[in-house]
Design a protein around this ligand. Structure first.
Ligand code: ZN
Length: 403
């Protein structure tokens, strides 16, 4: 049943039993892992793509949540530019107030905090919330829902802007979020959020965007349908070239602003592409099976030839790839990552050891499987010596290739 409208949901892919994507494992606690069924479908009434099973939020977002938004130079720049844009477009009135849902380590809000703007981050993961505080950001360590919004209004008054990046798609209970927005936003206030775009996921067969934390896979049309249920409408959309393709949506209460042409144009394009039709979703499913076959065959062949292979980026996305394709320490020696909290641990489910990125050095491995393909440009530039020493990158989005 659809988590937004209660309509029937048609499954289009089942990845089987999966671990939590950000639950890195202590080598001496491998038998304590939690698994769930990862399957994805689309609502036949409102078109919202969503997971069929919901993982309890406290299992995913807690004090030890290891993802840091400011881990990539490229993403830091993206959020600094975003802060400037938001401030210029939505925070021009007297004493404006901005709230960010899921502020992580404060990478966006710290820029606004520096300007002295009234702000508040809402972040349930205590570890990253503390990092935000160290950057001078005001944070409430809790989940955002209707009751949270009421407490914020009581303490700080209404918000001119509520912003969120890579978080709204994490929240199954959208009804409570929208009621919270209705409570929190000033009459003309805007809700701006950005998340991975289903249109890009389908086009690139980027099936690794599907994991426990990504509950929804939005389109303009599915967001329009959801917003309309709570008195909001999409007034602008913008494509973003981050995290493998995202959309930024701007929502206001119905009738407050004439929707831009971009909204109608992208909605029409989605209709033309049939993003919620069984034909298109089944074609995606066939593409996923093809990538699995080609990737496992390539790794098997390279290992048979005695090649040394490592992984690059112990991303949440990589959990779906390794566990769905059955890739383990027998084909990949280790995976390197910039996040200190992951070092010395094992990848969820696959139990491939995680090392610092400094591990990628002489003697270089023959191949590196690029799990963090969304940061390909930044990483291949940084690891230029690996390539110059004869090392090759393996990518699997949009297709399996050696570069
Ligand atoms: Zn629905």
């Amino acid at each position: 049943m659809c988590r937004v409208c209660g309509g029937p949901v048609r499954q289009f892919f089942d990845f089987g039993r999966q671990p939590l994507s950000d639950a890195f494992v202590d080598p001496d606690r491998v038998d304590e892992e939690y698994f769930y069924r990862l399957a994805v479908g689309t609502c036949e009434s409102c078109g919202m793509a969503q997971l069929l099973d919901e993982v309890d939020r406290d299992r995913m977002f807690h004090d030890a949540y290891p993802y840091h938004s400011s881990g990539s130079v490229h993403m830091r720049r993206h959020f600094e530019q975003t802060a400037g844009r938001l401030s210029g477009e939505h925070l021009r009135g007297p004493d404006p107030f901005v709230v960010e849902i899921g502020c992580n380590d404060g990478v966006m809000l710290r820029a606004l905090a520096k300007e002295g703007l009234r702000h508040l981050g809402v972040e349930p993961s205590g570890g990253v919330a503390e990092l935000a505080r160290l950057q001078g950001v005001r944070v409430r360590t809790e989940f955002f829902e209707e009751a949270t919004a009421a407490r914020i209004v009581a303490a700080d008054g209404p918000a001119d802007l509520v912003y969120s990046a890579n978080t709204i798609c994490h929240i199954p209970y959208l009804d409570s979020v929208f009621r919270g927005l209705d409570t929190l936003l000033a009459p003309d206030g805007a809700f701006v959020f950005e998340d991975p775009y289903l249109g890009d996921i389908l086009e690139r067969t980027a099936f690794d965007q599907i994991y426990d934390e990504h509950f929804y896979f939005f389109t303009v049309r599915s967001v329009q349908a959801a917003a309309a249920r709570f008195g909001f409408e999409v007034v602008d959309v913008e494509r973003l070239p981050v995290h493998g393709g995202e959309l930024r949506y701007t929502l206001k209460r119905v009738g407050r602003q004439t929707p831009s042409r971009a909204v109608a144009e992208l909605a029409a394009e989605e209709e033309r592409r049939g993003l919620d039709t069984p034909e298109v979703l089944d074609r995606f499913a066939a593409g996923v099976e093809r990538v699995r076959t080609e990737l496992t065959e390539l790794l098997r062949k390279l290992r048979a030839d005695g090649k040394r292979i490592v992984g690059y980026g112990a991303t949440a996305k990589s959990a779906t790839v390794t566990n769905f394709c059955g890739i383990g320490p027998d084909s990949i020696d280790w995976v390197c990552d910039v996040t200190p909290a992951k070092h010395g641990k094992l990848m969820p489910g696959s139990h491939i050891p995680v090392r610092p990125t400094e591990a990628l050095t002489e003697p270089y491995p023959d191949y590196a499987l690029l799990f963090a393909w969304n940061h390909a440009e930044e990483i291949t530039a940084k690891e230029r010596l690996f390539r110059e020493s004869g090392g090759r990158w393996i990518v699997y989005v949009p297709e399996v290739r050696v570069i």
